[in-house]
Ligand binder design. Structure first.
Ligand SMILES: Cc1cc2nc3c(=O)[nH]c(=O)nc-3n(C[C@H](O)[C@H](O)[C@H](O)COP(=O)(O)OP(=O)(O)OC[C@H]3O[C@@H](n4cnc5c(N)ncnc54)[C@H](O)[C@@H]3O)c2cc1C
Length: 440
């Protein structure tokens, strides 16, 4: 039996943040990982996706400037782009394991399963600790339909050696919006099929409609209110998707981005008596499970907050501080969420659900603002929510620069900045930051 102060299961951003903080506070820590060191974000999530988005952004700006300095669109060379992406993903696992080891953290390769409340089995090894942190993340959920084995996931898409000619994305969540934008901009004919007509439910409906209109104008087809009932192969590299009605859809490649499910199987949580629900591991406001010395952080947690990298990191750091004796419950700051489509859509996650007295919301059309007109963006809009005192409390932005803008606005909201505060500051001009005084 090998003994540690803390064992972290999963080496994603949540587990890493937790393990590194505990180790630097003098704890003896082990991290168990059954797949790629570093988890989803650097290997099959945010980072590889954002590398591909880099090419999308470059081509989009040239498309916007057709007849305004550019004549003709460049072609994205998919195999070359994938080779560039691999320069980020290939070294990632070794680099993440190396940084854990360099910090003095024991890395254990294999699937961890609870034997009891303080002991884990990993292959032939038994590891014991006073505190255990479950940071096992989520994985793509394929729909339960006949022929599901022919469908692909976001992970497959991010490693495609050749770009398929015609693609269908199932489910209109943020992952579909992003990967479909990449595929379409790189030259694939793309259709998105969704079971209802309200995609990106967590985002402002009006701005979502503007976004889908822009994506439609770029050649992406949306099919609403359509549930796929089965998938079958109709020719070599050709798949047919059947619906309850007469309609069917065919493509060379189908990505099912129909939700993600928490990685709980194989953990044998019942042997430790840890409670779970449909959303993942059930925790309290201290990220403790019903077994107080077993914690959970990151995407595996059942929560009403967005399952995103900075949220998992924040939670991992919080769990470390809790194990080290912190008394206060976790206090989440404002969380910005971004859909890297074209245009991008971003908002502060705590947009006001039920308006309170005196709150106002207004939509601003920014399309003719210098920032956006100089690159000839088709549409740029913002929705701003202010409290009775006129202070910005929520924001939603649609533009090619929405990712940077939402972070600036999050800072303004978090710090309760007003136009009067901006009068005391000078921002470099012309930039999106120099627009802020007109938005707060
Ligand atoms: C395509 C895609 C794009 C995304 N884009 C963004 C983005 O742009 N911005 C953003 O903020 N977020 C993005 N996300 C979400 C982000 O990647 C996750 O929120 C984040 O990676 C969660 O980190 P985590 O530590 O909770 O879990 P993970 O990173 O998933 O790590 C969990 C680890 O646990 C391991 N594991 C599971 N079970 C066991 C076991 N029994 N024993 C041992 N190891 C185990 C897994 O192998 C995995 O490595 C994206 C996700 C996807 C899929």
């Amino acid at each position: 039996m090998e003994k540690f102060d803390v064992i972290v299961i999963g080496s994603g951003v949540g587990g890493m943040a937790c393990a590194e903080a505990l180790q630097s506070a003098g704890k003896k820590v082990a991290v168990v990982e059954m797949d790629l060191w570093g988890g989803t974000c650097p290997n099959r999530g945010c980072d590889p996706k954002k590398v591909l988005i880099g090419a999308v952004e470059a081509k989009t700006q040239i498309r916007q400037l057709q007849g305004k300095g550019f004549a003709g669109l460049p072609k994205i060379d998919w195999p070359q782009l994938m080779a560039f992406k691999k320069t980020f993903t290939d070294p990632a696992p070794k680099s993440f394991q190396g940084s854990l080891n360099a910090a003095g953290i024991e890395t254990v390769k294999g699937q961890a399963a609870f034997v009891s409340q303080d002991t884990l089995q990993v292959g032939s090894r038994q590891l014991q600790a006073k505190d255990i942190v479950i940071a096992t993340g989520q994985r793509p959920n394929l729909p339960a339909i006949p022929g599901a084995e022919y469908l692909h996931t976001s992970t497959d898409f991010l490693s495609l050696p050749e770009l398929p000619r015609e693609m269908i994305f199932l489910g209109a969540g943020y992952i579909t919006f992003e990967l479909a934008t990449i595929a379409a901009t790189c030259g694939s004919q793309v259709t998105i099929v969704h079971h209802n007509s309200r995609p990106l439910r967590a985002f402002d409906e009006q701005l979502v409609q503007e976004m889908t209109a822009q994506m439609t104008a770029q050649g992406i087809t949306f099919v609403w209110d359509t549930a796929i009932t089965a998938a079958r192969v109709v020719a070599e590299n050709r798949l047919q998707l059947l619906t309850a009605g007469e309609k069917s859809y065919t493509a060379d490649y189908v990505v099912a981005a129909t939700g993600r499910i928490p990685n709980l199987e194989g953990l044998d949580l019942e042997k430790a008596g840890v409670a779970v629900n449909r959303g993942g591991v059930a925790v309290d406001e201290f990220l403790q499970t019903n077994v107080p010395h077993i914690y959970a952080c990151g995407d595996v947690v059942a929560k009403h907050r967005p399952k995103l990298t900075p949220v998992a990191t924040f939670e991992g750091s919080y769990v470390a501080s809790r194990i080290l004796g912190k008394a206060a419950a976790i206090d989440y700051p404002l969380i910005p969420t971004i859909v890297y489509g074209s245009p991008k859509l971003a908002e502060t996650s705590q947009m006001i659900a039920d308006s309170k007295a005196g709150e106002t919301e207004k939509y601003l059309d920014l399309t003719n603002w210098f920032t956006y007109r100089r690159v000839n963006e088709a549409v740029s809009k913002a929705k701003l929510v202010k409290n009775a005192e006129g202070v910005l409390i929520g924001a939603s932005v649609l533009s090619e620069r929405a990712d940077d803008m939402i972070n600036f606005l999050t800072l303004c909201i978090q710090q309760k900045l007003t136009a009067a505060d901006f009068e005391k500051m000078i921002m470099g001009y012309p930039t999106i930051a120099s627009d802020l005084s007109y938005l707060v």
